[in-house]
Design a protein around this ligand. Structure first.
Ligand SMILES: NC(=O)c1ccc[n+]([C@@H]2O[C@H](COP(=O)([O-])OP(=O)(O)OC[C@H]3O[C@@H](n4cnc5c(N)ncnc54)[C@H](OP(=O)(O)O)[C@@H]3O)[C@@H](O)[C@H]2O)c1
Length: 422
């Protein structure tokens, strides 16, 4: 169609039906320039496409946040390449929405090996329950990759929130949950055979650059969603580096070098449910403005699929198995860190110790609470049973009494005989 049109225009001039403004070369130039600029902006903001390819058949990929946004796009791509997916979700696998999601994913990717395990990242107990169950297996379970996409971002202006266990929510979900999960799963990573390419992929965000120093506690008065989010991401990167070092110095029983590598990925800004909640401030009015001006987020932000490209690169790029782990990847290439403390061992040590302490304290408190709740439940149960027993005895006594009274009312055989004779 365009070729005959161009030919006709070239031979016979611009056709009659073309409107006047389109005949003016200057106007035409302006229109082409605007459309061209929009196209270039869209291409630039969409970012690079992952060039790496890898057969994922049979590889076990554990992923958090695999039900939404960038995590969901990553899951879909890896599942369609045949990976066995273990989704860690806060919903139980029996939840109808989750069951539907997995059913649809299995069907569209033609991969039946997609499962869900319930792990609520706001709960140290839930994380420990899952992770200890995972490592409690002999021989150790196959685990090729852990991708930590789950995160929470409280919109600006909203109040500080904390988990039921009393930990600031963004610190817990974005950092401490990952620390806790990886600390428990670390033996499972170390136990993988030496020829297995094991990767831990940690999505981060460029907001880490503006984080307050980790060595200064973030007091409630200074708290803001932006600071808390940035700080949780910086902590995640410091911890990830320290984990890589810990893995590197581990002496494998077979004497071979460690084969687990940690990679950090900055996916860029993407139109995900999390980003939408942040942009709309979590309000109906904000959502209305977002929908009316949807062209802008569409133009300037990546789709979740494009946001997943650097994660897929970190998951599949063959050259990453050569050389050390701990690399930061952005737009499908390695980039430098913008904060010195990410590689500072003293900061990492302080963070690690403080995190361990906080988890230990929280777990102890929660265990004591659960024990109290169990005791109260048992006491309730006991009281209920005693009440039931008492009611049963009372009912029995009443029945006996009633029986006796009726028996007393009944005339004797002799009395009945006399009555019959008279
Ligand atoms: N989007 C961006 O522009 C952007 C930019 C830079 C970095 N990142 C990073 O990229 C990653 C993915 O971001 P996204 O925007 O795609 O995220 P998202 O759409 O907000 O999804 C977050 C995921 O985390 C899960 N999650 C939250 N709290 C949880 C909890 N307590 N227990 C278990 N799971 C929980 C959510 O589960 P439910 O579905 O059950 O809520 C959801 O699957 C994050 O690490 C984010 O920091 C994103």
């Amino acid at each position: 169609m365009p070729l005959p049109f161009i030919y006709e225009t070239f031979v016979n001039g611009i056709p009659e039906w073309v409107p006047g403004w389109a005949r003016d070369p200057w106007t035409l130039f302006q229109v082409v320039a605007v459309l061209g600029s929009l196209y270039l902006i869209k291409m630039y903001s969409s970012g690079r496409t992952n060039p790496a390819e890898k057969n994922m058949h049979g590889r076990v990929v554990m992923i958090t946040g695999g039900t939404s946004g960038i995590g969901a796009a990553t899951t879909r791509e890896l599942a369609s390449r045949g990976a066995q997916i273990v989704l860690l979700t806060r919903l139980p696998p029996s939840n109808p929405f989750l069951a539907d999601y997995i059913g649809e994913l299995r069907e569209s990717t033609k991969n039946e090996m997609i499962y869900a395990e319930q792990v609520d990242l706001t709960s140290t107990h839930s994380i420990r329950q899952f992770a200890t169950k995972w490592i409690d297996n002999s021989p150790p379970r196959r685990l090729d990759m852990i991708i930590l996409c789950a995160a929470t971002l409280i919109p600006p202006g909203k109040a500080r929130t904390q988990t039921d266990e009393g930990i600031e929510e963004m610190w817990m979900v974005n950092y401490l949950a990952n620390f806790h999960l990886l600390s428990i799963l670390s033996p499972a990573l170390r136990a993988q055979p030496f020829d297995r390419d094991v990767r831990v992929i940690i999505p981060t965000c460029s907001s880490y650059i503006a984080s307050p120093p980790l060595t200064d506690a973030l007091a409630k008065k200074q708290w803001s969603p932006k600071k808390a989010y940035a700080r949780s991401k910086l902590a995640l990167m410091v911890f990830g580096q320290a984990l890589q070092k810990q893995l590197d110095v581990y002496k494998r029983p077979d004497g071979l070098p460690m084969n687990t590598r940690v990679f950090f990925v900055d996916p860029g800004l993407a139109r995900t449910p999390g980003m939408r909640r942040w942009l709309t401030r979590g309000s109906i009015l904000g959502l209305s403005v977002y929908l009316v001006s949807y062209f802008l987020p569409w133009l300037l932000l990546k789709s979740p699929e494009m946001g997943a490209q650097s994660i897929l690169y970190a998951a599949m790029e063959a050259s990453l198995v050569r050389g050390p782990g701990g690399k930061l990847i952005k737009e499908c290439m390695e980039v430098d860190y913008a904060r010195m403390e990410i590689k500072n061992e003293e900061v990492a040590k302080q963070l690690w110790e403080a995190s361990e302490k906080l988890i230990e304290k929280t777990e102890k408190e929660q265990a004591a609470l659960r024990a109290l709740e169990k005791k109260a439940r048992e006491e309730n149960e006991k009281q209920k049973k005693e009440m039931e027993k008492k009611e049963e005895i009372e009912a029995l006594a009443a029945a006996i009494k009633k029986g006796k009274k009726e028996a007393e009312k009944k005339p004797s055989r002799k009395q009945r005989k006399q009555a019959n004779n008279s």
